[in-house]
Design a protein around this ligand. Sequence first.
Ligand code: GLY
Length: 374
Amino acid sequence: MSADSRADLAVVGGGIVGLACAWRAARTGLRVEVVERGEPGRGATHAAAGILAPDTEAEPGAATLAALGRRSLELWPAFAEDLERESGREVGFARCGTLVVALDRDELDVVRREHDVLARMGLEAQLLSGSECRKLEPGLAPVCAGGLLAAHEAQVDPRRVVAALVDALVAAGGVLRTDAEAVGLVREGDGVRGVVLADGSRVAAERVLLAGGAWSGRNGLAPVPLPVRPVKGQVVRLRAPADELPAERMIRSEHVYVVPRASGEVVVGATTEERGFDTAVTAGGVLELLREAYRALPEIAELELVEVTAGLRPGSPDNGPLLGETGVDGLLVASGHYRNGILLTPVTAEAIEALVAGTPPPEAVEPFSPRRFA
Ligand code: GLY
C-alpha cells in the first residue's frame, strides 16, 4: 500500500485533459496530485492525431461547441509556448491549415453544403476549385473536384504534449502517481474530500477533478450522472522522409483525415465505432482508412507503415464536454470531450483553474455544465 497524501486538488486521470488542468492549478501554487491508473497519456490521447480544427470538424447546429473550440484554438499558441518554456520540450504546434477535399461530384455537394453551414455559423472557410486545391497540394489525386480551405486551423502532437505536461507539472510542484487506480471518493457530509485508491491508500483533497476520459462514467466514482461512453477510433501512423510529406496541410475528405507532421509522421484517422471498451484494431478498420487516404493522396502508398492503434473517445449525449462543478461540494469534472479533447484542452484547463481559484470561468464554457444531464 502506498502512503496517504494530502492535496488541494486531486485529479483522477492522467490524459492530456487531466494533466493540463493539474499543471495549470499547480502553477497557481496549489498542491496538486494526479492519480493515473496506468501510464500518463496512454488512453485516447495516445491515439489522437492532434487536429485543432473547430470549424472543419464542426457539426451542423453545434454553434456553441464550435465557439468553445474557437476560443480554445485562440488559447493554443500561448498554452504551447508556456508549456514548452516550462518543460523544455517541443509540442509540435503548427498553424498548417486544413483542406477539406471532395473526390467526386457527390462529395462536392457535401463540401458546398458544409461551406454554407459554416458561413451561417459565422465560421471562416474558403471554397476552392479542384485545380486550386491541387495547386496548393500537388499530391492530391487528379480526381479532386474542389475543396474548402480553413487556413487558420492548426495541429499539435498529443504525445509530445503529454510528455511536456508531465515535466511541467512536476516542475510546478505537482505530483503524478502512476499505476494508481481511483476506486472511490472520500465523502464528508454531502461533499467530496479526496480519492480512495485500489491499494487502499487515500489522497485527501479539498477538491477532486474527474478527468478519466471514457472511463469517467464507468467506475461508479461520481455520485451524480456522468453520461460518458467510449467511442472507438482506429488510427494508422505512417512515416515519410521529412522533406517528402504527402501534403503540407491537414487533408480531410468525407471519410478520412490525414495529418502530416514536420517530423515525417503522417497520421491517418479515424474510425468511429460504438463497441464499448473494445480497443482491438481490425483489418476492416485499417483497410477503410488506408483506402480513403489513398483516394485523396495516392503517394501515401509509398510510406512506411509504423503503427496501428485504437483509442476510446469520451462521448457524451450531445457531443459536448462536461466541464465544471457537478453540484456535489468539492467535485468537479472535465470529461466527455468526444472528438475534441486535444482542441479543448487549453479552454478546459482555463475553466478548471478559474473554478478552483473561485473566479468566473470563460463564458464559452457555461453551456457545458455537467449539471445539464442531472
Ligand atoms: N478529432 C478527430 C477524431 O476524433 O477522430
